[in-house]
Design a protein around this ligand. Structure first.
Ligand code: SAM
Length: 243
């Protein structure tokens, strides 16, 4: 049985897809996807020896070696262009996900769907998607074992998506609060449209963290620290307006 987080990711796979799961660790997702018929073929990519060996073992135990290829390498280097139509990258920081996508851009030809689960730095991933012609079709948030996760699903097909200009257009949240594009990038244009308790909890936690940093930035008269403090204050006030 998959964790609730991996299950939500699996639910985003188009039926019968050809999947690459990058940073697959124990290859739990590819094994599940192939066994359930969600994927007809899968690549489990891993850059590190330990997780790569764990993935190989898991796939051998599942008896699915003919449909799951476990490969060692950095990011999208493990696949050839056109080999898969769906890519999942989960359980790492947003900046790392962006760097994997950027260095592997030539491998995205023919890829129709990306399912990305950054642990932090979701806004970097959203910006990358916009800059590279992808459209967010779904955003999910969940809490599991005391951690909050977001899952971003994107398509390359403009016909089946709300275009980014519209999705990230400044919008009125009511009571005079306007969400700028920067705020939508941070919180998520789809998540903010259907606020949930987990989303509220996440941002109350983020505000608390920022308040703590704000207190810790020295009270010295140094211009740089005064500037940092006022930037933080502005960010906090912006977020507090929404939550
Ligand atoms: N994707 C699984 C999940 O969500 O449960 C495993 C997440 S695990 C925390 C992150 C994995 O990404 C590690 O096994 C790590 O070795 C792998 N990884 C980190 N950077 C990578 C890269 N550039 N290419 C491939 N794998 C990478």
């Amino acid at each position: 049985k998959l964790s609730a987080r991996l299950q939500l990711i699996a639910d985003q796979l188009p039926p019968g897809c050809r999947l690459a799961d990058i940073g697959s660790d124990h290859a739990l997702l590819p094994v599940y996807a192939v066994k359930q018929g969600k994927a007809s073929f899968a690549v489990a990519g891993e850059v590190n020896e330990g997780p790569y060996e764990a993935a190989r073992r898991q796939v051998a135990e599942s008896g699915e070696q003919s449909r799951i290829s476990v490969r060692k390498g950095d990011g999208l280097a493990v696949i050839t262009a056109g080999e898969v139509d769906t890519i999942t990258i989960a359980g790492m920081g947003g900046a790392l996900i962006v760097s994997i996508l950027t260095s592997g851009q030539d491998k995205l030809v023919g890829v129709k769907r990306l399912v990305l689960q950054p642990n932090v730095g979701e806004e970097f991933v959203r910006s990358w998607l916009i800059e590279h012609g992808w459209y967010l079709i779904e955003e999910q948030i969940l809490e599991e074992d005391g951690k909050i996760y977001e899952i971003l699903t994107a398509t390359a097909d403009p016909e089946s998506a709300v275009l980014n200009e519209e999705l990230y257009q400044e919008r009125n949240l009511g009571e005079g609060v306007v969400a700028s594009k920067a705020l939508l990038l941070k919180i998520g244009p789809r998540l903010i449209a259907q606020p949930s308790e987990v989303l509220l909890k996440k941002w109350q936690g983020e505000i608390a963290k920022l308040e703590k940093i704000h207190r810790q930035v020295g009270l010295s008269s140094q211009a740089s620290s005064r500037e940092r403090k006022s930037e933080l204050r502005q960010e906090i006030e912006q977020l507090k307006e929404v939550w």
